[in-house]
Design a protein around this ligand. Structure first.
Ligand code: SAM
Length: 341
């Protein structure tokens, strides 16, 4: 949990700069901001951004001394007079509950004493906006905020992806008549995918949506065509291509164009490409009757079904992700003991 405390806000003078402090807090992964003077316009602006772009960011107002005294966690005050960020960031990363304090004008002396860490982002004067963004970025190791709207980086133009939340995905499965078995399987794939993806730079909301919806085509057919059917359902529902592709790219370990042709699927390849597509595909593959099993068990099944030629790609994807996301199979096997619902 990360709280930002903005002290010395003067609504008449600091309008834009405090808005920027709050926007940086949200965009760089903080959970809430406390501003020391009530400013309803600021509250509206920030709540509108959160509503539009997603997440659970909160804005509160209150006396800063009281907020610091009441806070049960580590207080990190950003000041040019502090210890260099590089010297303390690994220690701070290990803490669970952090309050990051930034000032505006001269910061009162007691703040330096009440803080557990006085941290400098370079020992030169600059701004609370730059100091806060660099600090939060280093703290989160550059990870992106997982919002409902994901900005797809583009050289030119604007591309925004809407990611359906968990409830929306489950409601959609129900709408298409998913039975209990399909619901359980989809939830289990989402658990495996989230556990697998936490060690690498993957988007948790995208993983969850992709995992929950990857098999929606099974409400139409259980044949190899279920991936294509699922893709069609999601496109019809107005979902983005990036969401619909979880359906078409999870079958097997991803199908080559030549294999797809033999299977009489529409003429294209069905290879998972993004990190999230790869994780969902691999999570689905590792399940046998809703239990996680080791990759060799799956490889043996492939052999028995006459799919030996697919085994190198199956194992290739598994070992690629094991290295990239540094997941341990033991950790995934532990998910077998959890109730699905
Ligand atoms: N002279 C002021 C003081 O007494 O701290 C600094 C005012 S500065 C415009 C506003 C805020 O930016 C500071 O309170 C601090 O949080 C942040 N800041 C500016 N330079 C910084 C630096 N080099 N390292 C960390 N924080 C900095």
């Amino acid at each position: 949990m990360i709280t930002v405390l903005r002290i010395g806000h003067r609504p008449e003078r600091d309008k834009r700069i405090t808005t920027h402090v709050a926007l940086v807090s949200r965009a760089f992964g903080a959970d809430r901001i406390i501003v020391d003077r009530v400013d309803e316009k600021l509250r509206r602006t920030i709540n509108n951004v959160t509503k539009k772009f997603g997440g659970n960011f909160e804005i509160e107002f209150g006396n800063y001394m009281e907020a610091i005294r009441k806070f049960r966690g580590a207080k990190v005050h950003l000041t040019m007079y502090g210890i260099p960020l590089e010297d303390r960031i690994s220690e701070i990363r290990k803490l669970e509950n952090i309050m990051v304090i930034v000032g505006s004008e001269k910061v009162p002396r007691p703040i330096y004493e009440m803080a557990d860490f006085n941290i400098a982002v370079k020992n030169q004067p600059h701004s609370e906006v730059s100091a806060l963004s660099i600090f939060l970025d280093r703290l989160g190791r550059g990870k992106e905020l997982n919002g409902e709207l994901k900005i797809i980086p583009e050289g030119k133009g604007k591309k925004v992806l809407r990611i359906p939340g968990r409830e929306e995905c489950l409601a959609l499965l129900e709408k298409y008549g998913a039975d209990d078995g399909l619901m359980r399987h989809s939830i289990m794939v989402s658990r495996v995918a989230l556990a697998m993806g936490k060690g690498c730079d993957s988007d948790g909301r995208l993983l969850e949506a992709g995992a929950l919806l990857h098999d929606i085509g099974r409400t139409v057919t259980h044949s190899i065509f279920h991936g294509v059917e699922g893709y069609r359902i999601l496109k019809r529902e107005g979902m983005d291509e990036a969401i619909a592709r979880f359906c078409s790219t999870h079958v097997g370990a991803g199908l080559l164009k030549s294999t797809a042709k033999k299977l009489k699927l529409p003429d294209q390849d069905y290879i998972p490409r993004t990190i999230e597509e790869k994780i969902v595909c691999n999570s689905d593959t590792l399940l046998k009757g809703n239990k996680v099993v080791k990759i060799d068990v799956i490889a043996k099944d492939y052999k028995e079904k006459g799919l030996s030629s697919e085994i190198p790609r199956l194992k290739g994807l598994y070992y690629h992700l094991e290295k990239k996301c540094q997941f341990r199979i033991e950790e995934l096997l532990e998910l077998n003991s959890q109730q699905i619902y």
